[in-house]
Design a protein around this ligand. Structure first.
Ligand SMILES: Nc1nc2c(c(=O)[nH]1)N[C@H]1C(S)=C(S)[C@@H](COP(=O)(O)O)O[C@H]1N2
Ligand SMILES: [Mo]
Length: 556
């Protein structure tokens, strides 16, 4: 069967489908860039829902249940595909018919996006961009599928088919076929001699290359568009999220928690300054409406929690200093925040941890895994399934909508961001991401201290100079910090207050009399167990660095 006697029906339909795919991809990309909700396919779907009589809606919900939206979208895509194929067939007959078909399509899309409640003028951009791209694709692909006029006349592919009047090919394209040699003046050659078979093969090749190009464009724009709109949607959902009130407030901050010294790390690390460490090339965009946490494995009652379920649990607020095992002595991968979340121990108790289990294997939305010792989580500390950080929903980079936070453990064995699954298991049965790469299975945080002021390598004026920094020994507590200059006498730093043992503590020595010349300043902390930091330098692998932080300054 032929559409116009020259482009086979299947090719015309394929061209229509590919052009339709280009329309969807490009409009998705434009929606991602301009406004996620202005993606015309979804707008048409929403308009369809609004226009559907209540009885039919009830029927759809009863029949398809939670899948009703998926069924609707699938239906829309099916209708789109049929119309797109038809547009391709029209275009093969006369490109103007095809373009008119696309334009009609665009009108429907524009009407749908403009009748959405929050519509503005920009909402038409994705539809227009998609239709324009589809028109271009349709025109190009239909052109490619047709025989060049001369060759077509010389070697008609189909018996008796008239030469169409609309195939204006650039000469270059005709030459690409390389098959118009010899035959001139429109004289049909006898079937045995004609290059028709070659021409058809070559045309098919051109058509397939063209459609393959269209598919690639549709795929790339579609994937990038989805990514961008996913980002926009998750960002919007995050901003719109209302945080429940805590049942347990954080220990009030003592007045002297922050010495407020310029250049010294503030007690609370603002979210935008908080270090970020993860394996995610593309930060997972988890829609809170679809998020669930599955707790399974060695439990009596496996559970799956939605965000609403988690928010109904009593929520606790806690100040906890998070720190990375990859933090070198004096390094920046540490921060302190006020977290709000459900008790991880409480959730585990509800599930009923079976005897013999000693590890939680948590998994993030992007497949990263983390192994946490269960005894630590259950020992009464503020191990949280956190959904807020410093008074706002978790930033997407820091695990939105839910992450784990366990005081006293390095992040790689405790702080799973975008957490979606917790398997109760055993260390001798499962291995987490970093453990299988040579890092220690258990990662208690090592007692450490850091000099923030003066900066390493800086010059300071002679005279009374402030030396200040932070020290941490999460869940043990910092008892003392000492400083010495040029290997001299250790002197006690003054410690700022800390609300609990789970946060870092600022410290200061404000009476150092700096004399001209080069000086080295060292620091060491002693935790509440009586342990004083060893001077021995250990690398960050496999379980965290040790050694004293030191800075060199020039006094002049
Ligand atoms: N999903 C996921 N969670 C993760 C990681 C990761 O790579 N993927 N890295 C962990 C590590 S090594 C650390 S130190 C902390 C850092 O948390 P932050 O980026 O919020 O500071 O997250 C932990 N949680
Ligand atoms: Mo880390």
């Amino acid at each position: 069967m032929e559409s116009n006697g020259r482009v086979p029906l299947w090719a015309a339909a394929l061209i229509g489908l590919v052009s339709g795919a280009v329309a969807v991809g490009v409009s998705l990309l434009a929606a991602g860039l301009v406004k996620a909700s202005a993606f015309p396919v979804v707008a048409v779907g929403n308009a369809a829902i609004d226009l559907t009589p209540a009885g039919l809606k009830d029927f759809a919900i009863r029949t398809f249940g939670e899948n009703d939206k998926v069924v609707l979208l699938a239906g829309i895509f099916l209708v789109l595909a049929v119309i797109a194929a038809a547009v391709g067939v029209l275009a093969a007959r006369d490109i103007r018919y095809g373009l008119a078909g696309l334009a009609a399509f665009g009108v429907v899309g524009v009407l749908a996006v403009l009748t959405r409640p929050d519509a503005g003028a920009v909402d038409v951009v994705p539809t227009l961009a998609g239709v324009a791209a589809a028109m271009f694709a349709l025109h190009r692909l239909t052109g490619r599928a047709l025989l060049p006029r001369e060759a077509g006349a010389a070697a008609p592919r189909e018996e008796g088919s008239p030469t169409g009047a609309h195939d204006a090919h650039p000469a270059g394209e005709a030459h690409e076929t390389g098959d118009d040699t010899g035959e001139r003046h429109g004289t049909p050659v006898p079937p045995v001699m004609r290059a028709g078979e070659d021409l058809r093969t070559l045309d098919r090749r051109r058509l397939l290359i063209g459609t393959a190009g269209g598919v690639v464009v549709a795929g790339v724009t579609g994937v990038v568009g989805r990514m961008l709109s996913g980002r926009a949607q998750v960002a919007a959902a995050r901003v719109g999220m209302e945080l429940p009130r805590p049942s347990v407030r954080a220990t009030p901050l003592p007045a002297g928690v922050d010495l407020k010294i310029r250049g010294l790390s503030p007690f609370v690390t603002p979210n935008h300054d908080f270090y970020r460490v993860d394996t995610a090339l593309i930060v997972p965009q988890v829609d809170p409406r679809n998020w669930t946490l599955r707790i399974h494995g060695m439990v009596d009652r496996p559970v799956e929690l939605a965000l609403a379920d988690l928010m109904k649990l009593p929520l606790e607020e806690a100040d906890i200093t998070l720190c990375c095992v990859s933090n070198e002595v004096g390094g920046p991968y540490i921060g302190n925040a006020r977290w709000l979340g459900a008790s991880l121990a409480g959730v585990l108790r509800d599930a009923g941890v079976r005897a013999g289990a000693d590890m939680l294997l948590s998994t993030s939305a992007d497949g990263w895994t983390c192994g946490t010792p269960i005894d630590v989580v259950l020992d009464g500390r503020d191990a949280l399934l956190a959904l807020a950080m410093n008074g706002e929903a978790l930033p997407v980079d820091h695990g939105f909508p839910v992450r784990q936070v366990v005081p006293g453990l390095y992040g790689y064995v405790s702080a799973t961001k975008w957490v979606t699954e917790i398997k109760v298991t055993r260390f001798d049965q499962d291995e987490a991401y970093w453990t299988s790469r040579g890092w220690s299975a258990r990662g208690p945080i090592k007692t450490q201290s850091r000099i923030d002021l003066p900066r390493d390598g800086s010059s300071v004026a002679p005279g009374r100079t402030v030396i200040a920094g932070v020290a941490w020994a999460q869940h043990k507590g910092v008892d003392a910090v000492e400083v010495r200059v040029d290997g001299g006498q250790w002197r006690q730093a003054r410690l700022a207050e800390a609300p609990t043992a789970d946060t870092w503590r600022q410290w200061v020595v404000d009476d150092w009399d700096a004399t001209p010349g080069s000086h080295t300043i060292e620091v060491r902390a002693t935790d509440a167990t009586g342990y004083t930091q060893t001077p021995d330098h250990a690398p960050v692998t496999p379980d965290g660095a040790t050694g004293w932080h030191s800075v060199s300054v020039e006094v002049a």
